[in-house]
Write a protein that binds this ligand. Sequence first.
Ligand code: UDP
Ligand code: MG
Length: 310
Amino acid sequence: MKLTLIIPCYNEEDTISDLYREVLDVLGERYDFEMLFVDDGSRDGTLSKIVKLSESDDRVKYLSFSRNFGKEAAMLAGMKFSTGDYVCIIDSDLQHPPSMIPEMVAALDEGYDVAASRRTNRKGEAMFVSFFSRCFYGIINKMADINIKEGAQDFRVMKRKVVEGIINMPEYYRFSKGIFSWVGFRTKWFEHENTSRVKGKSKWSPFKLFKYAIDGIVSFSVVPLRIALVIGVIVSLAGFVYFITVVYDAIKYGADSSGFTTIISLLMLIGGTILLCLGILGEYIARMYIEVKRRPAFLISETNITNNIK
Ligand code: UDP
Ligand code: MG
């Protein structure tokens, strides 16, 4: 059994050597493994650190992107180029403890297809981030056909067949949490406490998180489109009822009906609703536009992998 560790790195020069050492400590000679670093267009010394490791250890493989394509693209590239029977995705910042890998691998040996991790607390995270991510998981689990466990992370070990399933999903907008849940398979969950990042910086900003949330919902649910339809129906019905009452009043009491204010407020209400619905439609159309272009999810500028190029 061979294990591939996929390690997405973006500006992680401070953390790579620590991770490498810890992985060696844990996996050492006990496992046949390769470490596949995916440098996601880092602007610091990340790539040269990785190249140096690869010179002294031929289990170290790397792919380097032509620019920053995002962690989702890095994970996809890693999976496409992985050769292991088991594939593990792990962050380079040591927030995902390598010490959990042996028990996760053991779960696959026992017959599970996926060993996934969940964090049990949100230590080291801003309050409003925790709040919004809770809301987000509540919303997406209600709206979409997938079920994402609270605190689920990308840290996981998967069998080859699961990886092939994921690679075969050709979408450009890759919302991995959704994809992992969508493919199914027998999954065993492992819990661990969240630890704050020791070195380097988190790559998330509130704006990026918001975009990620919208991506997730639009990628896995068409319910917002239906909500737009329902809002449209409600507003039109209300408009119709109002129209009838105005006509009725005019017939019964003469033409001197409602005033300027009513008209303006109704105009604003209806205008706003139309824009809202158009905006929701726009989100889906924009995604279709990007998807039909069929652009590659990443471009590789450097690698030490010579065979197995897909
Ligand atoms: N990462 C990446 N590309 C990006 C952003 C992040 O490959 O555009 C990597 C990063 O190097 C790290 C992992 O994804 O190994 C998780 O990133 P981060 O620690 O910033 O996220 P958090 O742990 O805060 O969710
Ligand atoms: Mg992190």
